[in-house]
Every structure is written in C-alpha cells, then in structure tokens.
Design a binder for this molecule. Structure first.
Ligand code: FAD
Ligand code: FES
Length: 538
C-alpha cells in the first residue's frame, strides 16, 4: 500500500516539512494565543520544542516568570518529528566519548542522560501524565560494515561509564540477524507531544505564558521583538530554536545538519518486545558519522502496534551526492524493516533534522561572545530528548546562579581538539560537495520544463530563483539565496522545501523559514509569475 501523507488542516505551513507524523496526528495542535502588547518578564524563551518547554517548566517551577514564544504550534519543529527513544545508550559510541573526554567526564555524560530520563519519569508519574512513558531495554547490534570489535569496545566503555549493559550472543525481536549484541537496561520511550501538552499545562498552572504563531524577529540581551513589532523585555533570554537563530557564525562552525528519515509500519500487537534497537551504522556510507537504523514500537490499536524505523541520514541539501533523492529513502528503510521485522503496511513516512556537534555532546549554556544573560541549546546529536531535558535542569540552575555539575561538560564555548580531525573532514567534505552540486544545479531559463510537484533553481533574467510548480500548476518563485549567509538553497522534493546545504536552514516552498540558523524568510517573488505557462510532463 502507498504510504499516506497525513496533514492537519491549517497547520501544514507551520510544521518543519510537508509530511505529518504519528505524534502530530494523534494530538490536537498545541496552539495558544498571540501577544497583544509589549511585556516584561524574568525569562523569555524562544522556541516551543522539548528544549524550550522543558526549560520553561523548570524555571516556572522554581518561581521565575516565563514567556515562551513559538513560531508554529508547540512541537511543530523537530520535537514533532522525533522517534522519542530516551536513552543512555548514546548515538555516539562510549569508546569515542572516552577517547575525547576521558573516563571521568564520560561517566558524567552517562549520568547526565540517566538524570534526564529519571526526571521525565518523575514528572510523568508525579503528574499522572498519560504519554505512554515506558521503561524498556535497548539493543545495539552490528551493522555488516562494522567490526565485531566495536561491540566489545562499546561494552567495556559503557560499563566503565557506569551503565547497566550486558553482552548477548543474539538479539531478541529481530530476524535475519545472527550476530551478537549489547543490551542496555533502563532505557525508555514515550509519546513526545502528549508529554509536551502536559508540560504546557503545568507551565500555565505555574503562571507561565506560551504564545504560538509568533516569530521572534529580533533577539538580543534585552529581550525579543516579535514579527508584529511587539517587544518582550526580559532579564534573561533563552534561545531554544534547535539551531540558534541568534548566533550567526560561531556555533555553526561546530555542528553540522543532517536529514534523517522515518517510516511507521503496522505489526501484529505484541509480536515483538516493546524495546528499542539500533545498529552500529553504515561505515561504507560515512566513516565519520555512519548513518544507522533506529527502531521502536508504539501502541496503535487493539490488534496492531506501529513499528517506527528511522535512518538513511545524509547531510542536509546533499542527498544527490549519494545519488539517492530524499523521497527514495523511505523505500530503503522499508526494505530494511521487512528484512528484520514482520511488518504489514506502511502507515507513516516523515523526515526531520538533527544537528551533529563536533564531539557528540549538545551545547547548553551561555551564548559565546554575547552578554551573560543570553543562553542557547543546540547540537542535539540525535539524542535531543535527553539533551533538551538536561537543558531544562541546567539552564534553571544557571539562571538561579546555582552550581550544576554538568555545566562545563555542555558549555557552548568548549572546543574539543580531539574531535576536530573527523569533524573537519566532514565539514570540508560538505562544502566541497556543496560546490560540486551547486554547479550542476544551475539551470538556465527552463521554466516550461518544470513538472507538476517539482522544484528547481533557475537562472531567470540574470537572477537565481527557486521555482516550485504545485499540484494545481501554480508556480511559486522564491529568491534562491539562503537568508543566513547567502548559500544557494536546494529543492527537497520529499518535504517540498528549499534546504540549505551550508548550515541546514530550510524554507517552505513559499519561502517561510522552517529551520535556522536563518531567521528570515526567503523573498517570495509574486511578480515573477508568468501570465500563462504550459507545464510539461505532468
Ligand atoms: C527523525 C528524528 C528522530 C529523532 N529521534 C530521536 C530519539 O529517538 N531520541 C532523541 O533523544 N532524540 C531524537 N531526535 C532528536 C530530537 O527529536 C530533537 O533534538 C529535539 O526534538 C529538538 O528539540 P528542540 O526543542 O531543541 O527543537 P525543536 O523541537 O525543533 O523546537 C524549536 C522550535 O523553535 C521554533 N522557532 C525557531 N525559530 C523561531 C523564532 N525565531 N521565533 C519563534 N520560534 C522559533 C520552531 O518553530 C520550533 O518549534 C530525533 C530527531 C529527528 C528529526
Ligand atoms: S544555512 Fe548558512 S548559508 Fe544557509
């Protein structure tokens, strides 16, 4: 069966892509009012994803007046597109973290993620939140491109870091895999938007305010100015926009944006354990950041669960380099899922964006080269659920000037030279690929070659435009220069967006900014629309 694209009427334009997700489809959009006048507060938080909302919850609980400002609805960014594994078994291998940070700090890293899961569990239990939170085991198994030695090294390093981990000769739940694995105890999973919904209620009960459909246009140490020109003045400013829109350069030299893909397929209820699974990643595709598969189950109905399978990552805007367009990646995921699980039809497909920091840890704390009252959270590293929760606890302590043992570990100014080698290779390789594909992407005046539902960058009247032909043969023209630092955007036919390969900014086909670091829309050129045009090859 063809996978369906689910949409919420009226909300399509404010999620970070054209596909909807299981989470977004199963909760009413978390929409609140818009501000009506200038205001003052203790803390203004930009971004209503898991990071912004957890920070707001922690601060409102500890007595601060908070205002959250969210561009779309709460959870309309990457939090609505996640797969919500809550793990201490991190995406970056513990033996790599130990090489970069040493044993003591690696123990602290493991402890910080354990603290985050315990915190979520505690909030869920003490507030009776019905968000399908469930403790479970997680299984790491070998990708065929990887050596068995990597599982042995990971076992020793994870054990040294203090985790409850066990070596296994076989992995439960997965078929056509006869190798060994590791079992990580005390992992968890939940429904992220149900959890967010409950946190929003708690924030409001604590006197906090959440505004949605409100863009923070200007951000500095005095507060923010919204798109309608209202000023929210604050003693502290927190930018939790997934990638910081207030830090134009420094942070974007230390992290890199990747697209990642998800399918949700029906499986017979309780036919596999309610666990998490990950393979160690495909080193043939990328030896620095090997894309891996990640799998979990989620309750669906009386007869079926949904198996949620993710993977097939690539640097944002550069899918062409592997000659696999964005929209073809779901079929690869489905093939892989059918090989390892008894899935029935695919119900969902969606993609999202993760930020890979150079050393595998998020950046949480004071914004480098800024005033002392401006904070950022970024660099989720695919473990953004726990990193967002660590941010809630850490930024609460920083604002209250309380000690926090994780402060230095996550400091955004840190530079781990031991991580620089492979990161630089990835970074420079990314730029080389950008220039390679930029050349090929330069089409002269080929307006009439556009097909329905296709986008292209075209040179028209001496200027470069991004042109998308929608399903009604309407053409949409946007400026093709990213509003962050002017790189050329590329069409993503899967999510119907213009994606920037330089630092991961994304824009809808009408130019609305979907992902930072850009904070301004692409110009929409209505005047370029021709009176009539014949669209070929429908
Ligand atoms: C497919 C996928 C699978 C993943 N799986 C996992 C997983 O299993 N486990 C895990 O731990 N992590 C996972 N992650 C990562 C995790 O989901 C994210 O890191 C996390 O949700 C990010 O939360 P956030 O609050 O930082 O960002 P977001 O949820 O993106 O929130 C940022 C918000 O800021 C808003 N915003 C941006 N600019 C402005 C502005 N100027 N004014 C107002 N608002 C603005 C946006 O609209 C957005 O809603 C996954 C990510 C993806 C994409
Ligand atoms: S994201 Fe930096 S130039 Fe586009």
């Amino acid at each position: 069966m063809e996978p369906t694209t689910h949409t919420h009427p009226g909300t399509e334009k404010i999620t970070a892509g054209s596909h909807s997700t299981l989470w977004i489809d199963s909760v009413e959009p978390l929409a609140f009012s818009k501000p009506e006048g200038d205001m003052e507060t203790d803390v203004v938080i930009v971004g209503g994803g898991l990071a912004g909302i957890t920070i707001a919850y922690c601060l409102s609980r500890s007595g601060k007046k908070v205002i959250v400002v969210e561009d779309g609805f709460v959870g309309s960014g990457e939090t609505g597109r996640t797969t919500a594994h809550l793990v201490t078994a991190l995406d970056d291998r513990y033996y790599e973290l130990e090489r970069m940070f040493g044993e003591e700090k690696t123990r602290l890293i493991a402890e910080s993620h354990k603290t985050a899961i315990d915190f979520i569990e505690d909030v869920v239990k003490s507030n009776h939140i019905r968000c399908h939170f469930e403790r479970t085991d997680g299984y790491l198994f070998l990708h065929s491109s990887d050596d068995i030695e990597s599982l042995d090294k990971e076992y020793v390093a994870a054990k040294t870091a203090g985790l409850d981990v066990e070596q296994l000769l076989s992995v439960p739940g997965i078929k056509n895999y006869n190798g060994p694995g590791l079992r990580f105890a005390n992992q968890a999973k939940f429904h992220p938007l149900r959890y967010l919904k409950a946190l929003c209620e708690l924030i409001q009960n604590n006197g906090g305010i959440i505004y949605t459909n409100t863009h923070a246009k200007n951000i500095d140490h005095t507060g923010i100015v919204t798109d309608s020109g209202l000023k929210i003045s604050a003693k502290h400013v927190v930018v939790a926009t997934n990638t910081p829109v207030n830090n134009k350069v420094v942070m974007h030299l230390k992290q890199y944006a990747y697209r990642t893909y998800v399918i949700g397929a029906k499986i017979k209820k309780d036919s596999v354990p309610h666990s998490l699974w990950w393979d160690t990643g495909d080193f043939d595709v990328n030896e620095n950041i090997p894309p891996y598969h990640y799998v979990r189950t989620q309750k669906l109905d009386d007869t079926h669960d949904l198996l949620i399978v993710g993977g097939e990552d690539h640097p944002t805007g550069l899918a062409d380099i592997e000659k696999i367009p964005e929209e073809d990646r779901y079929q690869l995921l489905e093939n892989w899922a059918r090989e390892h699980f008894d899935i029935e039809d695919v119900q969902y497909k969606w993609s999202g964006q993760v930020m890979e920091p150079m050393d595998g840890l998020a950046y949480i704390g004071k914004n480098p080269f800024d005033k002392n009252n401006v904070y950022i959270v970024t660099g989720d590293s695919g473990n953004g659920m726990t990193h967002a929760t660590i941010a809630g606890l850490l930024i609460d302590d920083l604002i209250h000037e309380r000690e926090n043992k994780f402060k230095d570990l996550y400091h955004p100014s840190r530079l781990m030279l031991s991580a620089a080698g492979s990161f630089l290779k990835e970074f420079i390789g990314g730029f080389a690929n950008y220039f390679k594909t930029k050349e090929k992407d330069s089409h002269p005046n080929e307006l009439n070659t556009l097909k329905q539902n296709e986008g292209k960058t075209l040179d028209l009247k001496g200027k470069k435009y991004g042109v998308y032909c929608d399903e009604n043969d309407q053409l949409h023209f946007v400026g093709a220069e990213c509003t962050h630092m002017k790189c050329a955007v590329k069409w993503n036919n899967d999510e119907k967006s213009w994606d920037c390969p330089c630092h991961g900014s994304r824009f809808s086909y009408e130019g609305k900014v979907l992902n930072g670091p850009a904070n301004e829309d692409l110009p929409y050129h209505n005047e370029m629309k021709p009176d009539s045009i014949t669209i070929k090859n429908k």
